[in-house]
Write a protein that binds this ligand. Sequence first.
Ligand SMILES: O=C(O)CCC(=O)C(=O)O
Ligand SMILES: [Fe+2]
Length: 243
Amino acid sequence: MPTGYVNQAAVELARNNSEIFKMAPIGSPSNVYPTDPPRFREIMERTFKYFQRTAALIETLLNDALGLPPGRLHQYNSNRQSDRMIAYRYFKANVETKKMIGSYPHKDPNLFTLLLQDDVGGLEFLRNDQWIPVSPIPHSLVVNVGDVLQVLSNNEFKSVAHRVVSPSEKDRYSCAFGCQIGENKWVEPFAELTSQIKAAPKFKGFYHGEFLQLLGASYKPTLEPNDTFTLMDVVVNNYTLPA
Ligand SMILES: O=C(O)CCC(=O)C(=O)O
Ligand SMILES: [Fe+2]
């Protein structure tokens, strides 16, 4: 997906009821900034740096929680050029145009996502076929485990399906930082969590780019708000090994 500004609500197939500004790491030639408001670029770059520092800390915590040798996750993903920050403005629900879903159900196809949301609400995650609100807590970040971490951790951490319901009263703002890996990266459960402890791997390996292609191909323009299957189960359908 290109960086810069996209009005997703105007893209008929995407149907997400939001506008976004997407940013690659500072200095990346693909970044395009508006000149108005004048401080936009400075503030976005500063925010990006804060997220990068926080992501490095969270990466260490996840590494240690998995019982991996120190720095294992960091070594795996030391090239951080694939990280992306997305600032969202979710438009109010529009009953006439049936724009009621800010972001369609999906799992993040990355290591993890850090999310800063305002006080409006609307983010929900799926548990036991029920959508549970992720209510905003002031001064806090949501940490969302993605598909890549699920595979690397051999199912120890589960990627979570989530969506954003369009707000009813006023627009919602959020900012997400995706800790991502390159398309040429090989993804398979870490040996420290499989062969080295004589545990069976739960997934076969794949190139991340191949996975992203399958994900894109599973996208259906006729997707309905509760049609969670196609966008969410690419890992499970294609890479899970029999028990
Ligand atoms: O804005 C939100 O609350 C969710 C954003 C999201 O799901 C994403 O960036 O992957
Ligand atoms: Fe997401």
